[in-house]
Design a protein around this ligand. Structure first.
Ligand SMILES: C[S@@+](CC[C@H](N)C(=O)[O-])C[C@H]1O[C@@H](n2cnc3c(N)ncnc32)[C@H](O)[C@@H]1O
Length: 315
């Protein structure tokens, strides 16, 4: 099926392009506030971050069709010893914007994978009560619904659309899609990867969500497009898509990931793309990467000092 994909470089607190053309599903992952290894210093403070989420929630209630789903991949964030309750705050904000809180799925990464925090090491060095800090292995997928869905819509769909949207029950049960815990390998932050420094989610997350909550030929929106994972998967699954991304520096990564440059060789060569850069788009990636590097070196120095201090304490 021929599909259409629109990428808008601009701030998603304004999605006016969609006001007269509602989308059928939102799959997204906003920045996790000022996550130390992804977005240090992106927001002035937590209130500014929540204010942005509030504006996006209001905008989503305008552009998402009646009864449809908005799925947010997000999680609480630990920054300089302070834990920010992003999951709870996002849930409250979405509910206040009129969405029904439908479900919460835990995305469990493979054990042994602790990208940022090795907090449990504190207890290994001090094996006493009160030194316990767990290593984080999870992220959260929040599922919201924009009012009631009219199930007669499914019956009225053309037979071939209903058939091609049918969910493969072998996949569903073999990979345990039915559970509130999804075990999915994360995108490893390997140097040289297309998604380096973007905090991309693995394709399997939009794959499951798009399959479970949209029909072939419908339109998927990702307001925080990042490297373009949602667009890529929407295209593979014969859905249209719209993606907003504030960072113009991600243009090349996104176009490469969604197959824009290989269009002619592609079996889906009929698909069309529209790329727009709006006023207000920023150049962020280089700025963020410099801050991440600085953050890492401060953290390494701090860790070394702490290890030295602990060693001295023991003898
Ligand atoms: C967690 S990443 C998304 C990663 C994406 N799911 C992927 O797989 O690559 C969040 C993205 O949102 C973008 N962003 C942050 N604030 C934005 C805003 N107000 N409007 C649009 N994009 C924004 C960031 O530049 C970043 O690329």
């Amino acid at each position: 099926m021929q599909t259409f994909h629109k990428i808008i470089f601009g701030n998603c607190v304004d999605m006016h392009e969609l006001y007269d053309k509602p989308v059928h599903l939102v799959v997204t992952s906003p920045p996790y506030y000022n996550a130390p290894f992804d977005y240090p210093g992106l927001f002035k403070d937590y209130d500014e971050y929540l204010d942005m989420i509030r504006k996006v929630a209001r905008e989503l209630s305008k552009v998402l069709a009646q009864g449809r789903i908005a799925a947010f991949v997000t999680d609480d964030m630990l920054i300089e010893g302070e834990k920010y309750p992003i999951v709870a705050d996002t849930t409250k904000i979405m509910m206040k914007a009129g969405f029904k809180y439908r479900d919460k799925i835990i995305w469990k990464k493979p054990e042994g994978y602790t990208r940022i925090s090795h907090r449990s090491g504190v207890l290994l060095q001090n094996p006493y009560p009160m030194y316990f800090y767990p290593d984080n292995l999870q992220e959260t997928i929040l599922i919201f619904q924009n009012g009631k869905f009219d199930y007669s819509y499914v019956k009225k769909l053309p037979e071939e659309i209903r058939k091609s949207s049918e969910i493969d029950l072998t996949d569903f049960s073999e990979h345990k899609w039915n559970l509130t815990v999804w075990e999915i390998t994360n995108v490893l932050p390997l140097p040289g990867r297309l998604e380096e420094g973007i905090a991309a989610f693995p394709e399997e997350i939009p794959q499951r969500l798009i399959t479970l909550f949209s029909f072939v030929g419908e339109t998927i929106l990702d307001p925080f497009l990042g490297s373009g994972t949602t667009t890529k998967v929407a295209r593979q699954l014969d859905r249209n898509s719209v993606g907003y991304e504030i960072d113009l520096e991600l243009r090349k990564v996104i176009l490469e990931k969604i197959g824009y440059y290989q269009k002619k060789l592609d079996p889906k060569a009929e698909d069309s793309f529209e790329i727009i850069a709006r006023e207000g788009a920023r150049r962020l990636r280089t700025w963020i990467q410099k801050r991440v590097k600085r953050q890492k070196s401060v953290r390494d120095t701090f860790r070394k000092k702490r290890q030295k201090k602990n060693r001295t304490k023991k003898f």
